[in-house]
Design a protein around this ligand. Structure first.
Ligand SMILES: Nc1ncnc2c1ncn2[C@@H]1O[C@H](COP(=O)(O)OP(=O)(O)OP(=O)(O)O)[C@@H](O)[C@H]1O
Length: 235
């Protein structure tokens, strides 16, 4: 069942003089198709945990299994291939490439994975449609709103067959109404089978999650069932 298994994972920065235990012994299983909200004060380890799950960083200790692959000791090229084909990232900053159109931005990971350009652009258009941006593919990022840019970034994160979406404060740069729309979109993608892990400071965002994982000082401080769990809402 577990799409993600995190066992005794630690990530320590610095040397013996000044060690920071950013993630300090985390155990968590996340099922395929689940929506997890990671909450906690600034510095509690949310970003570090997301980066570890996505293979952008490696644990100092512990074991991490993502989509059936044990990341522990996985060679860098295989980790890069997993990131390219299976994991999508969305960040707070709207980090589309400004010199590319929305559809070129969304097509990038596919082209990186060797999909021919015409096919990559076709699938990018499809992904843009999926996030409510049909017809905006030829526009450049500065020709659309911040919320639309974030939607395009989400399209880029899920384009192709990627089933895991990791989002670090995806609504942090958006006004609250636009942020709500982005959270609703993430919920819809989750309902269509994508596993979603979102870090957020905003308690209102917790309502979209199946489970809310609260972090404190690099550890899990508590897990609660979110308002969107099957127990809490009708699908
Ligand atoms: N590259 C690094 N080198 C040293 N310390 C780091 C590094 N990255 C993170 N840390 C430290 O690890 C701890 C956890 O940071 P992390 O960014 O994961 O927290 P966070 O919960 O995501 O915070 P925020 O909500 O502010 O983004 C913090 O004390 C931070 O200063």
């Amino acid at each position: 069942m577990a799409g993600i298994r995190i066992s005794g994972v630690r990530r320590t920065y610095g040397d013996s003089g000044s060690k920071v235990h950013a993630v300090n012994g985390v155990d968590l299983e996340i099922a395929d198709g689940e929506f997890i909200a990671l909450m906690g004060a600034s510095g509690s380890g949310k970003t570090t945990l997301l980066n570890l799950i996505g293979g952008l960083d490696r644990p100092t200790a512990g074991r991490l299994e993502v989509l059936g692959t044990d990341l522990t000791g996985l060679p860098e090229e295989q980790l890069a291939a997993l990131r390219l084909t299976s994991v999508g990232f969305v960040f707070q900053e709207l980090n589309l490439l400004p010199e590319l159109t929305l559809r070129e931005n969304v097509a990038l990971p596919l082209e990186g994975a060797g999909v021919p350009r015409v096919e990559a652009v076709r699938r990018a258009e499809e992904a843009l449609g999926r996030v409510g941006l049909a017809g905006l593919g030829p526009r450049f990022p500065d020709e659309v709103s911040g919320g639309q840019q974030q939607r395009a970034a989400i399209a880029r994160a899920v384009v192709g067959e990627r089933r895991l979406l990791l989002a670090d404060e995806p609504t942090g740069a958006l006004d609250s109404a636009t942020g709500t729309q982005v959270m609703q979109l993430l919920r819809e993608l989750c309902d269509s089978g994508v596993t979603v892990v979102v870090s957020t400071h905003n308690p209102a965002n917790a309502q979209y999650a199946d489970r809310v994982v609260r972090m404190r000082d690099g550890r899990i401080d508590g897990i609660t069932t979110g308002a969107s769990s099957t127990a809490g809402r009708s699908r």
